[in-house]
Design a protein around this ligand. Structure first.
Ligand code: GDP
Ligand code: IMO
Ligand code: MG
Length: 431
């Protein structure tokens, strides 16, 4: 039996991603020993700013930025080895060492292969059927193959070169036929793919581990863990705004299977919300402001994708959607980020219910057809002026900012314990 840990926290985004999870994980990781990524892949982009330096990670847990922390890439992740090693090399060039001493990767983790990138991009460009607006990182096709099984590759497959050669020959041959038939793509040279992945295998070998065993061992030693959610509840493949979602269980519900740990190992679910809403890619967005308000938020919040650089769609805070995320995942504490971005607006709107076919809908429906029709019902609160990035106590915030935070807390039914007022590591206040 594992001893009950009081301090393990899973950090999840409650909107459509980019809530500032990276910053919050980095903050709480100071008091933790281990940081675990459990879902998604290089479609994520988590940013931490330390002393004016910006660090963005896509696959590596942000715990690599703090010396002495162990980092785990769990089995629920889909790993593109090319991105992983690019990220490790870029950090090394900036003096941040990522070695087997601070990073372990589950042997069960699935791989993103070159044909997954091709499938993703070709499907998005195809004129047949609507595009999802994916990051084109091969995420959907890799997860599809994981479920399909016969054509999937895991980290464990990289270690036996003879077997790897055989399987890559077979699977790339099969994929070439499909990609040619569907998108008229020229065939990939399977030998080149094999050589590339054989070399990745040689480099990844010292990082590969049985991470479930490792995490259970850490639990036995009383080590504290932070589970770093990627994406967000509304992008979860089962519970988000399907089909405009990503392909993993990136709500808090995916942490157990994705990290490979029993439920007793995660006690706290810390939900991260930004002070307004954003979305990248397609899909419904009831509170979207495709106008001066949206532009104001985008420019002040630098709302451009960390992974693709696409401008993010911006809008008012949607308490109906965020409440759904809180309830679904049992969120027991909240962090609000980017509050400083809203400074200077005369008034702020919060969506407290939807109007649907003439009646009031007080709860969220993760249903495209319903969401495409709903109209947000807004409550209007006064705005505030001035730069709040230097505030370090709740009482220092303008009264209107305090009122805004308290109202969101009331609507979501969970305490807001952390307020982030700037991108820097230190720009955070505890409440
Ligand atoms: P994640 O994917 O949830 O980790 O979020 P991203 O890193 O993709 O996007 C959040 C962006 O907001 C990053 O550029 C952060 O540096 C920045 N950020 C985080 N918290 C704050 C904040 O409180 N204020 C401001 N102005 N920027 C913030
Ligand atoms: P972080 O962890 C914002 C969105 C994409 C697209 C949809 C599907 O940084 O918050 P995919 O490439 O996953 O098949 O794309 O999901 N998406 C994100 N949007 N932040 C993310 O991650 C995202 N991860 C996926 O924009 O709409
Ligand atoms: Mg991001």
């Amino acid at each position: 039996m594992i001893p009950l840990q009081e301090e393990n926290t899973c950090v999840i985004g409650l909107q459509w991603g980019d809530e500032g999870k990276g910053k919050i994980v980095d903050f709480i990781a100071e008091r933790a020993d281990v940081v675990v990524r459990y879902c998604g892949g290089a479609n994520a982009g988590h940013t931490v700013r330390i002393g004016g330096e910006k660090y963005s990670t896509h696959l590596l847990p942000v715990g690599v930025l703090r010396p002495g922390k162990m980092n785990i890439i769990g089995n629920g992740v889909v790993l593109d080895p090319a991105v992983l090693f690019r990220e490790i090399d870029a950090l090394a060039a900036r003096g941040v060492a990522v070695t087997p001493a601070n990073l372990r990767i589950s042997y069960k983790t699935h791989l993103v292969m070159p044909h997954h990138m091709q499938e993703d991009a070709s499907r998005e460009q195809s004129s047949e059927g609507a595009a999802i607006g994916t990051t084109r990182r091969g995420i959907g096709p890799s997860y599809a193959d994981k479920m399909h099984r016969a054509t999937a590759f895991r980290v464990a497959d990289l270690v036996d070169e003879t077997k790897l050669k055989h399987r890559i020959g077979q699977v790339v041959g099969e994929k070439n036929k499909v990609l040619r038939a569907l998108y008229d793509l020229p065939p990939m040279d399977w030998k080149q793919v094999f050589e590339l992945y054989r070399d990745f295998g040689r480099r990844i070998a010292p990082f590969v581990d049985d991470t479930t065993f490792l995490l259970l061992q850490y639990a036995g030693e009383g080590k504290r863990m932070v589970f770093e959610g990627a994406h967000a509840v509304l992008l979860d493949v089962d519970h988000g705004t399907y089909p405009y979602v990503t392909s993993s269980n990136c709500s808090g519900l995916g942490v157990y299977t994705g990290a490979g740990v029993p439920p007793q190992m995660v006690q706290n679910f810390l939900g991260v919300i930004k002070a307004y809403n954003t979305r990248v890619g397609g899909g419904p967005f009831p509170t979207e402001q495709d106008n001066d308000i949206g532009n104001y938020i985008r420019e002040r919040g630098h709302e451009y994708g960390t992974t693709t650089g696409r401008p993010r769609r911006c809008g008012w805070f949607d308490a109906v959607a965020a409440r759904y995320s809180v309830d679904l995942c049992g969120v027991n504490s909240l962090a609000i980020t980017l509050l400083d971005v809203l400074s200077g607006l005369d008034h702020l709107n919060i969506c407290t219910a939807y109007k649907y076919r003439g009646s009031r809908l007080p709860y969220f429906r993760a249903d495209m057809d319903v969401l495409a029709e709903v109209e947000p019902i807004f409550e209007t609160l006064p705005g505030w002026r001035g730069n709040i990035s230097g505030c370090r106590n709740f009482a220092e915030l303008p009264p209107e900012a305090q009122q805004y935070v308290k109202r969101i807390e009331q609507l979501l039914g969970a305490p807001i314990n952390m307020i982030s007022v700037g991108p820097e590591r230190a720009a955070i206040l505890m409440r």
